[in-house]
Design a protein around this ligand. Structure first.
Ligand SMILES: NC(=O)c1ccc[n+]([C@@H]2O[C@H](COP(=O)([O-])OP(=O)(O)OC[C@H]3O[C@@H](n4cnc5c(N)ncnc54)[C@H](OP(=O)(O)O)[C@@H]3O)[C@@H](O)[C@H]2O)c1
Length: 274
């Protein structure tokens, strides 16, 4: 049966490949990106390559909470259901020099784009996702993980791109644990995924801070497509997968206090748009 699946960051890399696969299987894929021209080309490329005319494109720069909120509103206004939400969009470590940058709301950019945007988007879409149960939420995280520093979450004192990326990725995993617990019994599952190590995507190929790519986008796409569609995983929730394997994330993910603290911090940070 055809599902409605939102993939953030579908204009390139992993998101684009998984969107192409799902579209070719007849699913209604809601494509998200931040560049309207790239989005227009993506929509026309995937529609003609797959013959699927149910695809839709939504634009939002995830470094702005106002745009994240508008993205959620646009989807709520246009869709009757949402079977799968994939929080995939992200930025990776860029240069070894590591210049700390801020989002449009003044938050550390990795925390804002890789984590907080997905937190707010999920929060806003949750009523529709619950009404569509059985449904799934998948956070594309990473094997690169660093404990959330609650004394300095914006990393003002001790910054590097690598640390900021790893903190944002573990924050996604803590968020997944929180969602799984809150959604128990609702028919909505929440899981996180490290798709593959150093895939040949823009994030890796354009970076001077990362080693050469070692895997292909197909490797990551296989792992992500499985979490989206595999019926054997329909009731699995609160898990972290390293590619195809059930795995253990950093210990902070099982610290109930840290999970609660991150929720409170996130609520405080998004208060300006709520
Ligand atoms: N590559 C790896 O080896 C690897 C390993 C572990 C985890 N991951 C995770 O996998 C996910 C996908 O990464 P990828 O390798 O496919 O990277 P990618 O090829 O660089 O694609 C990233 C996607 O996110 C979008 N994006 C970036 N910043 C955004 C913003 N501010 N607002 C809206 N969209 C934004 C990009 O849009 P544009 O097309 O406009 O740039 C693109 O669609 C990420 O969460 C990443 O952390 C990747």
């Amino acid at each position: 049966m055809s599902k409605t699946i939102l993939i953030t960051g579908a204009t390139d890399g992993l998101g684009k490949e998984v969107a192409r696969r799902l579209a070719s299987q007849g699913h209604k894929v809601l494509l998200h990106g931040r560049n309207p021209e790239k989005g227009r080309l993506l929509l026309s490329e995937l529609s003609s390559a797959t013959g699927n005319n149910s695809l839709e494109y939504f634009n939002a720069d995830l470094s702005s909470l106002v745009e994240v909120k508008k993205l959620a509103t646009d989807i709520l206004n246009a869709q009757e259901r949402l079977d799968v939400l994939v929080n995939n969009a992200g930025i990776g470590p860029r240069t070894p020099e590591s210049t700390r940058l801020s989002s449009r709301d003044g938050y550390e950019i990795f925390f804002a784009v890789n984590y907080l945007a997905g937190y707010l988007l999920t929060r806003e879409l949750l009523p529709l996702i619950k009404a569509s149960a059985p449904a799934r939420i998948i956070n594309v995280a990473s094997i690169a993980q660093a404990a959330v520093n609650f004394n300095d979450p914006m990393l003002e004192k001790n910054y590097s791109d690598g640390l900021a990326y790893s903190q944002s990725k573990l924050a996604q995993i803590l968020h997944t644990m929180d969602l799984a617990q809150q959604l128990e019994g609702s028919g909505v599952t929440a899981n996180s995924l490290h798709p593959a190590t150093l895939m040949n995507t823009k994030m890796v190929l354009d970076s001077t801070a990362l080693p050469d790519s070692r895997t292909t986008v197909d490797d990551g796409a296989n792992a992500l497509e499985r979490l989206i569609l595999n019926e054997d995983l329909a009731t699995v929730s609160g898990h972290y997968f390293d590619c195809m394997e059930d795995a253990s994330p950093d210990a902070q993910a099982s610290d109930v206090q840290a999970v609660k603290q991150l929720r409170q911090l996130s609520e405080d940070l998004i208060a300006q748009v709520n």
